[in-house]
Write a protein that binds this ligand. Structure first.
Ligand SMILES: [Zn+2]
Length: 119
């Protein structure tokens, strides 16, 4: 009877294991640069996420709930959705907007790093 409820849990743990394994392919420093050195606003623009200034605030269309009750935290380089009560760093934003996995999001963002060729 409970077979059907158990299955997704198992898949979920498999998925998480794969994710943490692929995350280890990148150095912490590289991932830190992706999160901090690519302005979150550029990520929104590059992803073609609808956005605008309203009353002096930058608003973007939340890729999760598709509302614009959102804002940016430039100091932390995070995009915030007040409706989802969720922050997105550049990697998380690409994952949410493109339905991308972690590896794909990293490869999407890597060319946007400033001074990438110094490498
Ligand atoms: Zn949202």
């Amino acid at each position: 009877m409970n077979e059907r409820e158990k299955k997704p849990k198992h898949n979920e743990s498999q998925r998480r294991r794969r994710l943490s394994k692929s995350q280890r392919r990148y150095s912490d420093e590289f991932l830190r640069r992706l999160r901090n050195e690519i302005p979150i606003r550029s990520v929104i623009q590059t992803l073609s996420i609808p956005h605008k200034y309203r009353d002096g605030y930058f608003r973007f269309l939340c890729p999760v709930c598709e509302f614009t009750h959102t804002g940016l935290n430039p100091e932390a380089n995070l995009a915030r959705c007040f409706r989802c009560e969720r922050n997105f760093n550049p990697i998380e934003l690409v994952m949410a907007a493109e339905s991308a996995d972690f590896v794909l999001a990293v490869s999407y963002l890597a060319p946007m790093l400033p001074g990438d060729h110094q490498g």
